[in-house]
Design a protein around this ligand. Sequence first.
Ligand code: FAD
Ligand code: SIN
Length: 485
Amino acid sequence: MTPSAIIVIGSGLAGLTTTSQLLTHRIPVLLLERFPKPGGNSIKASSGINGAPTRFQPLPSLDSIATFQTDTINSAGGPYISATGAEKARRERLIATLTERSAEGIYWLTDEVGVELSRVARLGGHSVARTHRGSGKKTPGYDIVSTLLGRVSADELFRMETERRVTRILKEEGQEGGRVVGVEYAVVKEGNQTVVEQAYGPVVVASGGFAGDARGLLAQYRPDLAGIPSTNEEREGTQPLLQEIGAAVVDMEQVQVHPTGFVEGGDGEAMVKILAAEALRGEGGILVLGDGRRFVNELETREKVTGEVMERAEKLPTKARQWDVKLVLDEGAAAALESHLGFYMWKGLIRKTTVGELGEEMAALEGTLREYVDVVSGKKKDEFGRESFGNWTITEVKPESVVYVGKVTPVVHFTMGGVVINELSQVLDAQGRPIPGLWAAGEITGGLHGQNRLGGSSLLECVVFGRIAGDEAAAFYKGLAPSAQ
Ligand code: FAD
Ligand code: SIN
């Protein structure tokens, strides 16, 4: 019997991309979302989405699929290097798929979905500028998610039910390990009564990562990160739901700690922080210690920048584990990210001041800025190895020079580990066999990024593997895929 819809779990970018692709194939979709509002972490994305090579990259663009692949492999590090046999081949195919289909993903968003992505910045660990965002006031996550949501919501084959927390994946036992036939989910009714309901159909899981699961999966896999604030709201990871039906997981201990979450005013103890977008550094911003000295190449991978912060900066005397670091921008860097700055200043996270004024609290700052200006102008080589300076424009540092400053600290941000998929977004069991009727895309999956994800590659994986999951699940639904026979 043909089920009435394909079930998509999660309304972030991976879920919405899968949905859009399914609708293109004219397949009905039931999207289940646990929270009242759709969008997940995707809607908060602040720096953009990677693509290489694209027509939006600044000329002369030296980018290529091969360069993007090399950057991704270098960033993935240990887990990629030490993998062998089928596991190595799987990781290679995932990276190849991500990078080979990145430009197509960007053009799908710009030319079909209608999102403008004409600004491109260079983020940490990338050898060229390839992280795309719009030139307008909206941040990239909001822009992409709201446009996509508008597009799928207009389709009569689409039904989204919010406040539905999936609690079980239903699997029918049978030949070759059986197949996934639906889900069970909890609905909170009036009077706080929880009712369990079922929906039947093939399932695409797009329920995100576990960087907000401090008391659950994070405590289990990375107890050493306890007490470090996060950019993620509290939300438990869903990998165990898939493990219950035989899905394999990988790299669960690989958790990304982003170097720059804003330490807000007051006592600064908030455990969920607003992210200081990496694009702030990409467009020219620098990081300094409490006394105003630079200490790192701000465009190294996040893993390395965070490591340097934790080693070199003083710890703040807060209950939350935080370090004393400031992000400093000149007027050029600030102008390149005007809309972000507007929000951060309105929230009191960044203030506009002068070098002279700031020098009163950071004795070494003026000297640091003079040195940096010499590096940007090519008079000196950067002692930390930075080679790209975005839109930094000050050429002469005076006490009255305008700068923007914000207090930042490392924050738990993203989980590289998750359920094992192949390049067709099929979820695999411990023997490497696809579980029929089940696909996954986005941060719920593991292994693609190894020990460090490059900034901008999460939105990209949602688009690339979400589109693949949509195509594959559509073929399965129509009875075309061999596994549906
Ligand atoms: P999400 O967007 O997190 O969506 C998952 C959805 O599933 C959520 O809505 C959740 O409520 C729902 N869900 C979870 N469990 C259940 C359940 N049991 N039942 C029903 N629903 C469930 N990446 C980039 O590439 N570029 C950026 O600029 C960028 N900026 C970021 C900024 C911030 C502040 C943060 C937090 C992350 C950023 N990232 C960025 C990372 C990126 O946004 C996320 O990793 C990515 O969007 C994850 O998308 P997703 O669809 O897999 O999951
Ligand atoms: C950021 O804006 O710094 C986050 C980008 C990302 O996580 O890819």
